[in-house]
Structures are given as structure tokens and as C-alpha cells.
Design a protein. Sequence first.
Length: 220
Amino acid sequence: MRLRLPEEEPTEPPTGYKIAHPVLSQDGTRAGFTGVSLGGALPYGVLDEARCVYGRRHRAPHRRCDCGFHCVHDSAAAEAMLCTAEHRAAVLLEISALGSYIRFERGFRYARQRVRTATVGPCACGAVAGALADAGWGRPGWRALSAACAGCVRGRTSLSLASFARLAGEGLRVRAGRGATESPVDLGVSELVAEAALLQARLDWFQSQLARLDERGPQG
């Protein structure tokens, strides 16, 4: 006698939340995402089907395996994962769980998904992101991207948020989350005096270095 799990028949696909890293194909023609845990080695598209990361031939999600896409029910739980150091550059995804799925207390493990919305966090400098730029790492054939403002993109490979959405296709919406809108510390008079003294000390150091270069003259 085989144990059968309870079956659900929802009128519409369940909604879930997860975090992932945006990626761009090596030739720049495709955009997608890569997971932050077990499935991170297999980049996926906006509309995609899960594959067993162990190379087994069963269909995901298999009851005796941990394969399949994963998500949580609550957006706050997914956002909480963005606080960890290794996940700071990830984006928040809102997805529709398609096909068969297994329900857990905190989320789903499921066969297919459609990424509906990707929310990009602020640039590393704190400003609102205007682009997704080369993050300096990737997977074979894929470059990982991270949030960047106009001032921090510089010469890196980058895409505007709208361009990433167009490349990814399938109606994906990409939006920028909030950045730092004000200084986290309200400096008083004494703090401002200290900052001014530090800046003056740095200026004096640069002037001394320039004077030394002038004394040496041009190097032949």
C-alpha cells in the first residue's frame, strides 16, 4: 500500500516568493536567473521547468528527492534571506507555481514556474538601482548581474532594468526597490568639525606628495 499525499485543485496557480541572482548569457542574447542554493548550478528562464540537479530521470518534484523549484509563501520570509552576506546581491522574485507541487509549512516544491516580478535592491553604494551590471562571477556560459546605479556601472557589462525584462521575455516585470534616501546619521557640529579636519589632513598629504614629485622632476 503506497502513501498518497493530499491533492489540491486550485482555481489559479499558487503564488510564491524566492530570491535568485539575475544572469545574462555569454552572447548577451538571453537573460534569466540562477538560484542561491541547491539549484544554483542550473540557470533558468522566466518560464521554465525544473530538472533534477542530481541527473536522475524522474520528474520533479519527486517525493523521495529534493529536486524541483522551491519558494516560500510569505514575501517577508524571502526578503529576510536577502539580509545574509552571501545573498545581498540577489533579487526578490514573485512567482506562479505551475504543474504539480508539494506543499510544505513554509512554501512549495514544484515542477514548473513563471517569474512574474523581479524586485532589484539598491546599488552597493546605497542609491536606487538603474541597471544590472556584471557582478564579477557567474556560471559556465552565464554572467551573474547585480544592482548598480548610473555612477557605479562604469565600464562593466550592464543592462537597464527594462532591457533585462525584454531579454528575459514572458511578460516579466523588473522594478527597482528603494535605496537610501537620507544619511543614516544626523551629524552635529562636533562631528562636522572632525570630518573637516580629516579632509584637511588628507588634502595636506596629497599636497606633500605633489611637492615631492615636483622636486624629483620628470623621470627619463
